[in-house]
Ligand binder design. Sequence first.
Ligand code: E4P
Length: 220
Amino acid sequence: MKFFLDTANIRDIEEAASWGVLAGVTTNPTLYAREGGTLADFHAHIERICAIVDGPVSAETVGLKRAEIVAEGVELAAIAPNVVVKVPVMPEGLAATKALAEKGIAVNMTLCFTVPQALMAARAGARYVSPFIGRFDDISEDGLEHLGNMVAALNNYDFGHDVEVIAASVRHNQHVVAAALMGADIATVPFNVLEKLVKHPLTDRGLESFLADWEKVKNA
Ligand code: E4P
């Protein structure tokens, strides 16, 4: 499984990149707004992220009609070679994805909640398909069960191009563990989850006792 960061925060992206584990970044309008982003600075902000990350950086379109989405996507893709255009699953989004894919532009279809949505995204030419987990949990449904269904369905078919599943809307470690066991290619996680993923109390306890014993060695 590859780890993506689900954020538009430059410091968090730099920190995760310094760990050597960051394979990509996903952003969305909410995440950009959270950083105080402005319309005028949007492309420059995506460019800054692309310069830090050695991997795909998803930048989301906001148009509702295919022509708008394609025009936005073409502009976003011109920012840097590692930009992936993020497009919501909907009829106009599928049409735009087809057009963008035909232009050789990689698309991440987002807001996927069902098996048919995931299959149609892949059929339309999406390079990445993003099933959301946590938002199901928020409405008392089992997001992991839905993810498992989408992964299994996508694995049944050859779409004629590479399709990777990005487990999205991740809230905690168990989402990542289950997504990995189900065979999701990527988990895109908030920075606070990435920090938790590297931690374990036994690691902390082990380190503590190694350091205490090393003190004994130094004082021997
Ligand atoms: C996916 O790429 C989205 O940016 C993201 O995972 C949404 O998650 P949320 O439910 O935490 O907003």
